[in-house]
Design a protein around this ligand. Structure first.
Ligand SMILES: *Cc1c(COP(=O)(O)O)cnc(C)c1O
Length: 376
């Protein structure tokens, strides 16, 4: 039997032709018609008017902070409960991440803690320059509450929508909330280019600046002219061709992930002490990963034991994000922690959620999950 992965690439067939035709066209460079078209198509899928295809979501975050002028000695608010990329991006520009805990109702940046932190800092005159909000596991942060606070304190907003392509909140698409946003097309994301990402914005002059920086800061003259240090972050036209084919089926991909989420909910409904990632009423997530939490008082196993049990059946699952304030790399960062992320990390597990998962595979996972939860 073949291994069941957490969120493997879901290749539906058109990708091969798209890449071959890009090869035949000889646009085998980080320029070309597929890249231009992919940029436009992702803009349409995220509700913004400008974008730059880049080599990764992390590169998009890095460029976003550079373009906003975030630099050595500045501080950037980052939720502690997320992948390392946003905190890493802050470190790349010499800024210090300030780690804030998340809202138990959404697992995204807590508006209450943001308000507390900014109020306290306004008193001392040391406000952070920017924030990277994260739309976690495909659910948008609570922008209706967060945006007015950031506005009040003059904090620039970068939206990390890496996990949230196609999600929406308050009638607005993920990727369109901040001054700019980052999207990821890493292999485990809902749409992939194998590796890749995109910078998104409605600010066209900022977009021009990011395009320049992503292309070695090469000035638009006939010889090689550089007035500042740049980066080699452009996405390949071949990968963009692959991504276009993937993006064309975004709707079906989200539908399938939601279906999988529903199936897990139904299957585990009768098990006391199992809860799912809380879904906010303000939005439509893309159900990137289905995450459960296990109440230690009601379930006689731990997420780690559950993970190992599934592993014996060649099923991949994964613990939730280990909070950044618990990571050796960021332990010294200033933080405001209320225990929400630590508890979610202690109790949580991500289940196989790939849109390419077959019914047979899903039934296998559910069977072994139920076994593991009821036998221990
Ligand atoms: C995947 C991811 C990224 C980074 O994307 P890459 O393309 O892998 O660099 C950034 N932030 C979050 C929250 C992610 O999940």
């Amino acid at each position: 039997m073949s291994r069941i992965y957490l969120s493997p690439p879901d290749v539906r067939g058109g990708e091969r032709e798209a890449v071959l035709s890009a090869i035949d066209s000889n646009w085998i460079a980080p320029f070309g018609p597929d890249l231009d078209a992919f940029e436009s198509e992702v803009q349409a899928a995220t509700g913004v008017s400008a974008s730059v295809g880049v080599t990764s979501g992390t590169a998009a975050l890095h460029l976003a902070l550079l373009a906003l002028g975030i630099t050595v000695g500045d501080e950037v608010l980052v939720p502690t409960f997320t992948f390392a990329a946003p905190a890493n991006a802050a470190a790349y520009v010499g800024a210090r991440p300030v780690l804030l805990d998340v809202d138990p109702e959404t697992w995204t940046l807590s508006p209450d803690l943001v308000e507390e932190e900014l109020r306290a800092r306004a008193r001392t005159g040391h406000l952070p320059k920017a924030v990277i909000t994260v739309d976690l596991y495909g659910q948008c942060a609570n922008y209706a509450r967060l945006m007015p606070i950031f506005e009040e304190y003059g904090v620039l907003v970068v939206e990390d929508a890496a996990e949230a392509l196609g999600a929406s909140a308050f009638g607005q698409l993920a990727g369109s909330f901040g001054r700019c946003a980052a999207m990821s097309f890493n292999g485990n994301k809902i749409v992939t280019t194998s590796g890749g990402g995109m910078f998104l914005t409605n600010d066209h002059s900022m977009n021009d600046r990011v395009r320049l920086l992503a292309n070695q800061a090469r000035e638009p003259v006939s010889h090689y002219e550089h007035t500042e240090v740049g980066y080699n972050y452009r996405l390949s036209n071949l990968l963009a061709a692959f991504g276009r084919s993937q993006l064309a089926t975004l709707k079906q991909r989200i539908e399938r992930r939601k279906e999988i989420n529903d199936r897990y909910r139904t299957a585990l409904a009768s098990i006391p002490g199992i809860q799912f990632m809380p879904l906010a009423s303000y939005g439509e997530p893309n159900f990137w990963l289905t995450c459960i939490t296990v109440d230690p008082d009601l379930v006689h196993t731990t997420p780690e034991r559950l993970r190992l049990k599934l592993e014996t059946h060649d099923i991949e699952s994964r613990r939730l994000w280990k909070p950044m304030h618990m990571q050796p790399a960021f332990m010294d960062a200033p933080s405001r922690i209320d225990g929400t992320s630590e508890s979610a990390f202690e109790r949580g597990l991500c289940l196989p959620s790939g849109s390419g998962m077959t019914e047979k595979q899903l039934n296998t996972v559910i069977k072994h999950l139920l076994e593991a939860l009821t036998s221990d």
